[in-house]
Design a binder for this molecule. Sequence first.
Ligand code: GLU
Length: 299
Amino acid sequence: MTQEQAASHPIFRFAPSPNGLLHLGHALSALLNLEMARKSGGLMLLRIEDIDRVRCTTRLENMMLEDLEWIGFEWDSAPRRQSEHFGEYRERLDQLEKAGLLYPSFATRAQLRQLSLISNDGALWPRDPDGSPFNPSSEKGIGLAERKLRILQGEDFSLRLDTGKAVAAAGKALFWLETGQNRALPAKVVTANPAAWGDVILARKDTPASYHLACVHDDAQQGITHVVRGLDLFHATSVHRLLQELFALPVPTYHHHRLVLAQDGRKLSKSRSDTALRHLREAGVSVDEIRQMLGLDPP
Ligand code: GLU
């Protein structure tokens, strides 16, 4: 889709994971998406990111939908549920595997942590923007026969993108357009830096796709033209741009919005339930008050 088509038929999405109760941060994201979609005459879609089959439950999904309806979020067609599309993610992984861009990694989290404590010639072990240690490049040297054997023997593994090779395969610098909340203002061009992520995990032995892979595939499947999400995912966009390029997918425009912080200044999390929408509602807080707390105008 060209920039002109995207501007005349904008499609937005809100993509929560039902692995805990929605909090004020989710409400801000959902309501900003809705406001931007309605103002531009665009479509508002809902995607349920329930790849994690252990933490995401039907009960949490139902509560999530109830909470979204309560705050006045509306979506224009049936939600897309990621757990119903594992076959498509597998095909994407196969594509990368055929291009030689994927390798199995056997290093455990504990081993990576250990490695990252040992300095490398006095230099610090590199970490990705989320703070996870890079995977050691030695794993790329494990021969095919050994890889097969270890997998057959039931060893745990994840599938990692060989980011260096992938950047070379993309063959050019990658960019995205970052808009402000007011789309009338000019967008900024941001240069993607996928190398900052090291070799990202795209699947695990028991989880057939990572967030990055499923998100990029689904944004394209749903024809998303505008991704509006929290600033905590700003750096992830570098990985998303690389995957879009490898799969020759259209590139949405992005807006990463401010985060709602807890009173102690920390990022809200689903495990801390003090700002859960459900608990605020039970405590008698109204939707108007929620909007005020988020600094949003009345609808
Ligand atoms: N599922 C992600 C979350 O709940 C959001 C993904 C996105 O908007 O790209 O944080």
